[in-house]
Each structure stands twice: as C-alpha cells, then as structure tokens.
Design a binder for this molecule. Structure first.
Ligand code: GLV
Ligand code: MN
Ligand code: MN
Ligand code: MN
Length: 412
C-alpha cells in the first residue's frame, strides 16, 4: 500500500479539461451554482466516475455521491470531495481540485486493482461558494442538518429575482431523488488549495489543516430618503449611500483593530435607485467577518452594531443589521488530522499545521463525521480570482497525501 502512487499528469489533465467549462478570457472559470455550465461540469464528473466503475447517486439538494465498493460492503465509507461551483471570477482549482483529487484516488486504486476494506465515496457538494445563492456551503450544510431541505431549495438568486436554487437545480436535472444526509461515513477528507499565502511563504508543500476559523455574515439595509440631487440642500439629505460608506469604512477598521487574524469584508453592495442625479434612498450591503476565536467574533459583532447605529444617527438614516450566517471556529478530528500528517511525513513532503481561513464543506461535514483537510499552496496566495494558479507538483503531492490518508482510514 505504501508504494501506491497517484498519476499527477492525469490529475492535471482532468483539472485543465474541467477548467474549460466556463473558462474566462483571463484564464479563470465562471461556473456558478446550478447554471448550465454547472450542469456540464457535473455531467463530465459523473461520466468520469462511471467510467471508473463507480455507482453515482444524486440527492435532493443536488449533492452527487460516486461510490467505489469496498471489501466490506456494510462498512461506512471513507468520503472525499469538494465543490464544482465557482465564484463569478473564480479560478481553476478552488473546489474542483478536491473533487478531481478524489477521482484520481479512485483511478489509482483501479489501476492497481487495489481493494480497500471500506468503500470510497467522492462527493460534489452543491453551492459551496454562496455567490449565486447565499449563504455558502448549502449542500453540505443541509447534509449535516444545519438547515432543512426547504431552506436550501428556496435560496434566492442574488441577482435574478424569481429564481431559486431548487428551481435551477431541477432545470439542470440535478434535483435528485436521494434523501439528503445520513450516509454512513467513517471519515471525510477534503483536499483544497490554501487560498492564502502561508504555505508558499513558509516553503511548505502540504498544509495539515487542524481546523477552520469561524465566520459571521450580515446583511445590512440602510434606508434614507430618495430626493433630487440638485434642489436638495446638503444639510437636508438622508443619503443612504453616505451612511453606508461610513459603515463600510467601519467594517474595515474593525478588521484592522482586531489583529492579528481578524478579516472583515464588504463584497456586495446594491444601491437604490442607482441613478446619477437621485440621492440614494436605500443601500443593501453584506459583511463577512472571520476570526479563529469565537469571543473576538462576538466583539466584532458588537463593534459593527455600534458603528451602524452611530452612522445611521449621524446621517438621519435607519440601518437594519441582520446576522445572516454564522459558524463557530471548527476544530477537525484528531485521528483524521494525524492520518494527513502521517501521510505527508511518509511521502517526505515539507509540511506544517495550518488553520483554514476559508469556509469549506469540511466545516459542516465535521459535525457528522470525523473530518480532516489537506492544503496545497497556490501562487501568491491568490484565490477567488481568475489568476488563481498552483504548481502541478504541489497538486500531485496533495493528492498523494489524500490517497494515503484515505487508505489509512479505509483499511484501519
Ligand atoms: C468560501 O469560498 C469562503 O468564502 O470561505
Ligand atoms: Mn472552495
Ligand atoms: Mn471559494
Ligand atoms: Mn470555499
């Protein structure tokens, strides 16, 4: 078993082929959840899995499970996977790497005619990114019982009124018949690019992910009064955009004030009516706070609410601050983390422990199964960007570690 090696060139070729679906002119990928491009990516994955002899099922929120049987058909499966959806200006590796690394594990086992004790499953989670439908990690969240199915099916398209995740999944043929959740799972491993600069800076090839930082997401609606940009004196205005600009600056300041480790981002703004000569009457924006310590997230929450109240009062507007999504810092399972560490050490890849800055389906899987993650470096630590890049040798190394961590679990 120690001698089994994945085929790095085959994995790279599959990544590049998947990257053509939704390819953008700048070398990235736009394959938003439950679009026709998502369907094409899913179809390709399903075809590859069937060619590799797997049995494929789809659940009612569109999560896909491809199963390679084990010697013991009743044993809980060792599962791996990630997501195929991308950001609007996403890259070729975020998510898809974890899915196709799982496929490469299965192909490697097939080539060696190697039978694991436990079955192996590769999963594609629906709507991990949260950019077309929010929040993120919806497929894995429903799987883990964080929300019920109807919450997921009803998620509205962030830009196209009337469209829902459920409707769009049905339209692409991926609202499957299987119930969501409850697949007996011995362990879940997810390989992913780091999406930050730490491994590259430290010249490590493998990140042994010990857990993920917590997140709080908000939706803030600021209401002032629409009025004419000419006749309305400055002092009489109730400008929702001016209020929001001060709040957005406060979000950044809260991030800066809670260093080290705090992150604070406003990534989505909708101004209404968005007309050059009308004072904005309403602004909707989102806030994304992250920190590895829950108490700091709570402090940031208080600071945000105080800042919004102050700037609303200052501008004669009203601010509704709605917490939209939250998950606490999540430690991963000690045995899974160890399996990853031992696999990295056995292959003699330079490695280090790391905490995930991003959210991943693994965060929700950790609630229902022993879970671990494997990170590999990405160029300049850039992700959620079309220029996202990674070295073929690092991509292969992460998959090698995935294979051996999964084998430890599947045979142990
Ligand atoms: C997932 O892409 C995240 O925002 O962490
Ligand atoms: Mn991802
Ligand atoms: Mn992402
Ligand atoms: Mn993600």
């Amino acid at each position: 078993m120690e001698n089994l090696r994945i085929d790095g060139e085959r994995l790279w070729a599959s990544l590049m082929e998947m990257g053509r679906i939704g390819a953008t002119p700048k070398g990235g990928v736009c394959r938003l959840a439950a679009t026709d491009l998502d369907r094409q990516g899913r179809d390709l994955f399903v075809r590859w899995c069937e060619e590799a002899g797997c049995t494929v099922v789809v659940d009612r929120i569109g999560n896909i499970f491809a199963r390679r049987p084990g010697r013991n058909p009743d044993a809980p499966a060792v599962m791996t996977g990630s997501h195929l959806d991308t950001q609007p200006t996403g890259g070729r590796f975020d998510g898809v790497y974890g899915v196709l690394a799982g496929l490469e594990v299965v192909r490697t086992l097939n080539d060696a005619d190697y039978q694991t004790e436990a079955p192996i499953e590769i999963v594609v989670w629906t709507n991990e990114e949260g950019s077309r439908f929010s929040p993120a990690m919806v497929g894995s969240g429903i799987y883990a019982g964080v929300w019920d199915l109807s919450y997921g099916l009803e998620r509205p398209d962030n830009n196209e009124p009337g469209k829902t995740l459920g409707g769009e999944l049905a339209a692409i043929g991926y609202a499957g018949p299987e119930p969501v959740g409850g697949r007996p799972t011995k362990a879940y491993f997810e390989a992913h690019i780091e999406q930050g600069p730490i491994l590259e800076d430290e010249e490590k090839v493998i990140g042994i992910v010990t857990g993920a930082q917590g997140q709080r997401w908000y939706e803030i609606t600021v209401t002032g009064q629409e009025a004419h940009a000419g006749p309305t004196p400055m002092k009489k205005r109730r400008d929702a955009l001016v209020a929001s600009a001060r709040m957005i600056d406060a979000v950044n300041r809260i991030g800066m004030a809670n260093q080290p480790n705090a992150c604070a981002t406003v990534g989505f703004v909708r101004v209404s009516p968005n007309s050059r000569n009308t004072i904005p009457g309403q602004v909707f924006f989102t806030v994304d706070f992250r920190h590895p310590v829950d108490a700091v997230l709570t402090k940031m929450d208080e600071e945000l609410r105080a800042a919004c109240a102050t700037f609303a009062a200052e501008t004669g507007t009203e601010a509704e601050v709605k917490e939209f999504w939250y998950f606490p810092p999540t430690p991963f399972d000690a045995d899974c983390v160890n399996a990853v560490r031992e696999a990295a050490a056995q292959a003699q890849f330079p490695h280090m422990d790391i905490i995930s800055g991003a959210g991943h389906d693994a965060v929700y899987m950790a609630r229902v199964a022993p879970t671990g993650m494997i990170f590999v470096p990405c160029a300049d630590g850039i992700s959620h960007n079309e220029v996202e890049d990674a070295k073929p040798s690092d991509i292969a190394a992460g998959c090698e570690v995935l294979l051996h961590a999964m084998l430890r679990s599947a045979n142990g």
